[in-house]
Structures are given as structure tokens and as C-alpha cells.
Design a protein. Structure first.
Length: 181
């Protein structure tokens, strides 16, 4: 008896294949964009930390620089976490992901080749199993990009902007103190 999937009743067509391929490419581009944004935040905050540390006078702390240094550090950490290659075994799966994805390298790299080839051959026996795997891959890639990369990039940008704002306010306060002396 054949195993029924969500796609057992779907009529096969080139347009479905094209849609799945296009959506998967779109998700891969979103992942690359997330990596680029994280790299920008890493570079920006690394330069900022270096500049702040070189200008810092320990005899009289300038609170605007201290604020910028601290927030740049945490923004840097969040950006690194966004692109950090976590070990899939030690990492909890996002709640939305309930099944393993045989098309994802983090899943299939745990198998011996013969086990992987057998799983792939079983999947390729029926078109609906292939569609199920492709849709599962698309879904899991989207969930992963949203719940890891973009989440931490957003946190990094939020910390960065907060740090710039707080540093500006502290700088203006210290500047007004110097002017009023």
C-alpha cells in the first residue's frame, strides 16, 4: 500500500516545479542577504569598537564612548550569532519544524552514504514524496532564515541604533556640561 502524503492528489506540472524552484531560490537569496547584512554589522561594529578603544581616555571616562563601546559589542555578538554555523544535533529545532528534512545537509550529513542513498531512493519512488520533500525543504529553510538569521540581525540593528541614540544623548549632556563650566 502506498504511503499517502499531502501531495498525493496534486496534478504534476512544470509550473509547479518552476514555482518550487523559484521559491527555493528566493529563500536562498534571503539567506545570502541575511549573511551580507550580518557581515556589514560585524565590520561596522568591529571598526567602531577599534576606534572607540583607540580614543578612550581612562583618566576621565567619556560616557558617550562607553555607551557606544558596550552597545557595539552586543550588536557585534548578535550579528555573529546570526551567521554562526550551529551544530544541528546540539541545537533545538524551531517549534514549527516537526520532521527531519532529507534534503538539508544538516540532516543528511549525519547518515552514512548507503543510508542516505536508500532514503533518497525511497523518496524518489513516488512524485508526491518528492513534492513533499521539496515543500518541506522550502518551509524549513524559510523558518530557519526567519527564526535564526533575521531574528538576530534585527536584534543587532536594534542594539546598534539604541547605542547610537544613547551615545548621542550622553555626548550632548557632556558637551552641555563642558559649555556651562
Amino acid at each position: 500500500m502506498e504511503k499517502k502524503t499531502h501531495f498525493s492528489e496534486v496534478k504534476r506540472s512544470g509550473s509547479i516545479d518552476y514555482m518550487l524552484r523559484t521559491a527555493q531560490q528566493h529563500h536562498a537569496q534571503l539567506s545570502m542577504m541575511a549573511d551580507n547584512k550580518a557581515n556589514i554589522m560585524v565590520a561596522t561594529n568591529t571598526v567602531l569598537i577599534t576606534l572607540v578603544m583607540s580614543r578612550f581616555d581612562f583618566s576621565e571616562p567619556i560616557w558617550a564612548l562607553v555607551s557606544l563601546l558596550i552597545t557595539s559589542f552586543f550588536a557585534l555578538v548578535a550579528a555573529i550569532v546570526a551567521v554562526y554555523p550551529f551544530n544541528q544535533r546540539g541545537m533545538a529545532k524551531p517549534k514549527a519544524i516537526k520532521t527531519e528534512n532529507p534534503l538539508f545537509f544538516g540532516t543528511f550529513s549525519r547518515y552514512q552514504y548507503d543510508d542516505f542513498a536508500e532514503k533518497m531512493a525511497d523518496m524518489m519512488q513516488q512524485d508526491d514524496s518528492i513534492y513533499e520533500a521539496l515543500v518541506n525543504d522550502l518551509y524549513q529553510l524559510g523558518v530557519y532564515v526567519k527564526e535564526t538569521k533575521y531574528k538576530y540581525i534585527r536584534i543587532s540593528y536594534q542594539i546598534f541604533f539604541l547605542g547610537l541614540f544613547v551615545s548621542l544623548v550622553l555626548f550632548l549632556i557632556q558637551l552641555s556640561d563642558l559649555v556651562n563650566r
